[in-house]
Design a protein around this ligand. Structure first.
Ligand SMILES: [Zn+2]
Ligand SMILES: [Zn+2]
Length: 312
């Protein structure tokens, strides 16, 4: 006799977190088996922190190949004055390299990067990461030795980078900004794809993903990949704007910064963060008072609506 599962049991099974063995990452047998939104954000950040550590000490075979490709190819050297390769092409190649070096190649098949024609100043933020359905070619059928191609849709994310007015800047300055933004968004993409977002395990709490996506898991991964990107091996000099994202997360989610969070582990000074937090809260309070005033006008139809900028 066959028993149908009750919806409750199914729900429970769906929520149970899966785990990733580090040996599978080293043996490169993990990426095909990854399941969407099934891993605890904290365990994912633990994996990336370890991967970034081994990158500089004892790289995995995949990291070794990526490092050797990085060193051999002059296009990756930001100091080289190569103006005949478009920035967007360099950024795309860096996406592949970053995916292999820091994210055990788990983003390549599930994430698209595009450079928008819109200016970051008009949009209000330099980059953006959003969920999409990605169409992938698939060999569906073998007929008399001929492979027939089909397509399949899979869950994915799209990273959008917005243009910055940088005509006067050097290639190194331009690419450093774009790559910093892209790596910031890649951390979001990674958590977006693989982390559990369920309320059942308080996944959106500050200790994990965070209400506004820059919680502890994001911070830990961002610190690890930024440190590795700026290490002697890569020497890229990137900024993922970690401190300003921390301040923004704490203020927007109206929480108090707990001393249990060891900011020095993220290269931040507690007293300095506290000070900046107080001043941000004060100015936000001022904005709120101003906003209440504006909304009184708005109800009379006197003020243009401005889209709220989402900080990334
Ligand atoms: Zn969960
Ligand atoms: Zn962000």
């Amino acid at each position: 006799m066959k028993f149908n599962k009750t919806p409750k049991t199914e729900e429970k099974e769906k929520h149970r977190h899966k785990s990733i063995r580090f040996s599978c990452i080293i043996e490169e047998c993990v990426t095909n088996e990854l399941a969407y939104n099934r891993y605890n954000a904290s365990s994912l950040s633990g994996i990336i922190v370890t991967l970034c550590k081994v990158l500089t000490e004892d790289p995995t075979p995949l990291q070794k190949r990526a490092l050797s490709y990085f060193r051999r190819n002059p296009v990756f050297n930001l100091l080289n004055d190569i103006e005949d390769v478009l920035d967007v092409k360099v950024v795309e190649r860096y996406f592949e390299i970053f995916s292999d070096l820091f994210f055990f190649s788990s983003l390549k098949e599930h994430c698209e990067v595009n450079m928008s024609e819109r200016q970051a100043v008009d949009v209000g933020h330099p980059g953006h990461c959003s969920p999409v359905r990605i169409e992938r070619p698939r060999v569906s059928l073998q007929l008399a030795g001929m492979a027939l191609q089909g397509h399949e849709h899979q869950e994915g994310v799209r990273i959008t980078l917005y243009r910055r007015d940088m005509d006067s800047r050097s290639r190194q300055e331009r690419l450093t900004m774009y790559l910093g933004t892209m790596l910031h968004e890649m951390v979001h993409a990674f958590l977006n794809l693989w982390a559990c977002h369920s309320r059942k395990c308080r996944a959106r709490s500050f200790e994990k993903i965070g209400e506004f996506d820059h919680g502890v898991a994001w911070q830990e991964i961002a610190h690890a990949v930024e440190t590795a990107a700026n290490s002697a091996e890569l020497n890229l000099g990137l900024s993922l704007r970690r401190k300003s994202m921390l301040l923004s997360e704490v203020v927007k989610s109206k929480m108090e910064l707990s001393e249990a969070i060891v900011l020095s582990e993220w290269g931040m000074d507690y007293a300095e963060v506290e000070r900046e937090l107080r001043s941000k809260k004060r100015s936000r309070h001022g904005e709120d008072v101003e906003e209440r005033g504006r909304s009184r006008y708005r109800s009379r139809g006197n003020v243009d609506e401005n889209a709220q900028a989402h900080e990334n």
